[in-house]
Design a protein. Structure first.
Lengths: 150, 187
């Protein structure tokens, strides 16, 4: 193949790749970013009474909560109910938790029933954004393997 | 910014003039009979709310001593702190009457650390923090109502949530922030 033709093809491929990025990945990334922003607002309004990202208050801190073992923030005084729950906070488990905390861990200190699945999804998107990417990947893998087992 | 702060001071000063007869809060004061009937499952909910009130009291008390607040703002902060103290007393009484031990406040050092009170540099910073905490508290009470078995307790929680919403509204307006357009601000 003539170098010029190869160059043309590569250029064309580059344009196509850019177009694909613009058409597909970029909007997805923008949507994810919008989700995180909306989730942050919801987090402040619905969780901010008791929780902060970087400090233990009424509830424990949420930095790196996705992928973290349940009831594992050092120094925070967890309820026996949550200590007993065990496992790791994955997006799927957080979704279950936010739906009805007392159903998942009766006797825990948190009382919340967030009925709206969209609100739960957005809050979890924000919690993922303040968690380590590695922890997110681990938790996604665990969610996937759990779903396969089910 | 100076204009905003001046406006905030005027707004808060005017709000202070309209101080209500808060003794009327005893309308929702908790009778011994009502307290004795608290379902045991509701005690945990009350304890969480009590921890929230302890935090609110500490935030206003510590910020009040910071020297950052102008006299008008300080006056309002003290009124709001008084509301939180009244909430605390009602909630603690319920826990005690139900045979529980009311959750204790943390130390001031803990509250300073957890709420970042040491990093507040201006009256605007204090108002912004208080606005955020009050919004969270109003929403938290609404979120907890559904967990309560006792309807009278639900009324108490709704009333406390309305107090927190009043605080938020006052502070939000003082900060010059717009009223949210969508409904269900605290839902």
């Amino acid at each position: 193949m003539a170098p010029r033709t190869l160059f043309t093809l590569l250029s064309y491929g580059g344009v196509m790749l850019s177009a694909l990025l613009v058409a597909g990945v970029a909007p997805r990334s923008r949507a994810a970013s919008d989700d995180v922003a909306a989730g942050r607002m919801l987090y402040q309004n619905k969780c901010g009474g008791c929780h902060s990202v970087d400090a233990d208050r009424i509830g424990p801190r949420h930095r790196n909560v996705v992928g973290r073992a349940v009831a594992s923030v050092p120094g925070y005084d967890y309820s026996p109910a949550l200590k007993k729950l065990g496992g790791v906070w994955t997006p799927a488990r957080l979704n279950q938790w936010l739906s009805d905390t007392q159903k998942m861990a009766p006797g825990s200190k948190m009382y919340l029933e967030l009925d709206d699945p969209t609100q739960r999804r957005l809050i979890i998107a924000y919690l993922q954004s303040v968690s380590e990417p590695a922890a997110n990947q681990d938790s996604h893998s665990q969610s996937r393997s759990r779903r396969k087992q089910q | 910014m100076k204009i905003l702060i001046d406006d905030r001071r005027k707004f808060l000063a005017q709000a202070g003039i309209a101080s209500l007869g808060l003794g009327a809060a005893s309308l929702l004061g908790v009778s011994a009979t009502a307290a004795a009937m608290v379902p045991s499952s509701d005690v945990g909910v009350i304890q969480t709310a009590l921890a929230l009130e302890h935090e609110g009291i500490a935030a206003y008390r510590i910020a009040g001593k910071s020297g950052l607040l102008s006299p008008g703002t300080l006056k309002i902060a003290r009124i709001f702190m008084g509301h939180h103290q009244a909430h605390r007393d009602s909630l603690a009484k319920l826990v005690t009457a139900a045979g529980g031990k009311p959750v204790e406040p943390k130390t001031d050092a803990q509250y300073v650390s957890e709420l970042g009170l040491g990093s507040l540099k201006s009256e605007g910073d204090v108002v912004a923090l208080a606005t955020s905490l009050e919004h969270g508290a109003a929403s938290a009470y609404i979120g907890q109502i559904v967990a309560l078995k006792d309807h009278k307790l639900a009324r108490l929680f709704a009333s406390i949530s309305a107090d927190e919403a009043l605080h938020w509204t006052t502070l939000n307006n003082a900060a010059g922030k717009p009223i949210p357009v969508p409904a269900y601000v605290f839902a």
